[in-house]
Design a protein around this ligand. Structure first.
Ligand SMILES: Cc1ncc(COP(=O)(O)O)c(C=O)c1O
Length: 393
């Protein structure tokens, strides 16, 4: 039995008539950039996330870049980011000639560690004008937003939520991520839980003036065509993407339920074979065990309505190369998100904070491995993957 890491064709088959009709409708309208489909998507996303505004943009990367531009982040400004994330989180900071300040992550959630943020502020505040914190809701699980918002308030910093992997993720109080910080940035890359037919993204925001500034900067900084108040860019979303996403959005909660069901099944099967959970990391030292995502969230979910959307289900394993080979030989897809932290990337060699220490991120980069968790997996497929992992261990 072959089990790919992700099977977009399986999802397409479940809603093919609706999607085909939407694509055809855009083709027939010959209206390709922004317009009514994008406006409808923006209304739908704002209602889904729970913000006053949603602004469709060209990608998740551009959502981060445009949000930072609109917040006035520029040359020499400091932006605190976790050293463990997808490249865009830090890349956009350097593109604005601002300075990323890398900090370590929490060993249970793999999200930015609030204590590490406080240490970085104390260390850099006298030499860098720190403007913002970027919590990444990695793999579809919320960062510790209460602690992060408190630090931001104490130091007058913006909070730019990188929610690229977390559309529909709920924080412990039930608020959706992307509605808590100054702005939320999402990606519609095809492999995301809500994926388009190409690149796309959205920025969510409550502040009216900031929303207006983002809208203007999305179209080269001009409210009226050919008259430019500020420098912006081409950050527009295509009508085709919006049409596809409007069809998919009503299915998103069901898909996320499917991912949670598969994650829970993996966890049960692995626990039966003696795997350790992230909260009990000590047990992980044994060479023949794997470490599972923490189940704190499932316990919290019952109490608080807290929802992980499992864009990825990641285990940790000491002999990762061996397990990857074993799974590939068995026809099972898996991937490493991410093998190299920012502080070890060649392009960031001149960033001052690369000389700090990041023990958790280094350890996670060396041992993390994503398994297939997409909603169309059958129980047999999940069991097959789990057996393959267990037989290797
Ligand atoms: C955490 C994170 N941030 C930002 C991005 C950038 O999104 P996009 O690929 O749409 O530019 C991604 C997408 O892979 C991501 O996973």
């Amino acid at each position: 039995m072959n089990v790919p890491l992700l099977d977009l064709k399986a999802q397409y088959q479940t809603i093919k008539p609706e999607l085909d009709a939407a694509v055809l409708r855009v083709a027939e309208s010959q209206y390709f950039i922004l317009g009514p489909d994008v406006e409808a998507l923006e209304k739908n996303i704002a209602a889904f996330i729970g913000t006053k505004h949603a602004i469709g943009v060209s990608s998740g990367t551009d959502a981060l870049l445009l949000a930072m531009m609109a917040l006035g982040i520029g040359p020499g400004d400091g932006v605190i980011v976790p050293t463990f994330s997808f490249f865009a989180t830090a890349g956009v900071v350097s593109r604005l000639n601002a300075v990323p300040i890398f900090v370590d992550i929490d060993p249970v959630s793999y999200n930015i560690a609030p204590a590490a943020i406080e240490r970085a502020i104390a260390q850099y505040k006298d030499t860098v004008a720190i403007k913002a914190i970027v919590p990444v809701h990695l793999y579809g699980q919320s960062a510790d937003m209460d602690a992060i918002m408190a630090i931001a308030a104490a130091h007058n910093l913006h909070v730019i939520e990188d929610a690229a992997q977390a559309i529909g993720t709920e924080y412990k109080d039930g608020r959706k991520v992307g509605s808590i910080g100054t702005v939320g940035c999402f990606s519609f890359f095809p492999s995301k839980n809500l994926g388009g037919y190409g690149d796309g993204g959205v920025i969510t925001v409550n502040d009216d003036a900031l929303a207006q500034r983002i809208r203007i900067m999305r179209v080269h900084g001009g409210e009226k065509q050919y008259y430019h108040q500020v420098i912006g860019g081409n950050f527009r979303l295509d009508a085709l993407q919006a049409a596809v996403l409007n069809v998919k959005l009503p299915h998103l909660n069901g898909w996320s339920d499917g991912r949670r069901r598969n994650a829970a099944l993996y966890t049960r099967l692995f626990m039966e074979h003696g795997a350790a959970e992230a909260e009990g990391r000590q047990a992980f030292d044994a060479k023949n065990r794997i470490l599972l995502p923490a189940r704190v969230h499932e316990a919290a979910a019952m109490e608080h309505n807290y929802r992980h959307i499992y864009n990825q289900y990641c285990i940790r394993v000491q002999n990762r190369d061996g397990l990857v080979q074993h799974l590939r030989d068995a026809g099972i897809g898996c991937a490493v998100y991410y093998p190299v932290p920012f502080h070890e990337q060649e392009c960031f060699a001149d960033v001052p904070s690369v000389h700090d220490v990041f023990p958790v991120s280094d350890d996670v980069c060396a041992t993390i491995l994503a398994l297939p968790v997409y909603p169309e997996l059958t129980e047999e497929m999940v069991a097959h993957v789990a057996e393959a992992v267990v037989s290797f261990m």
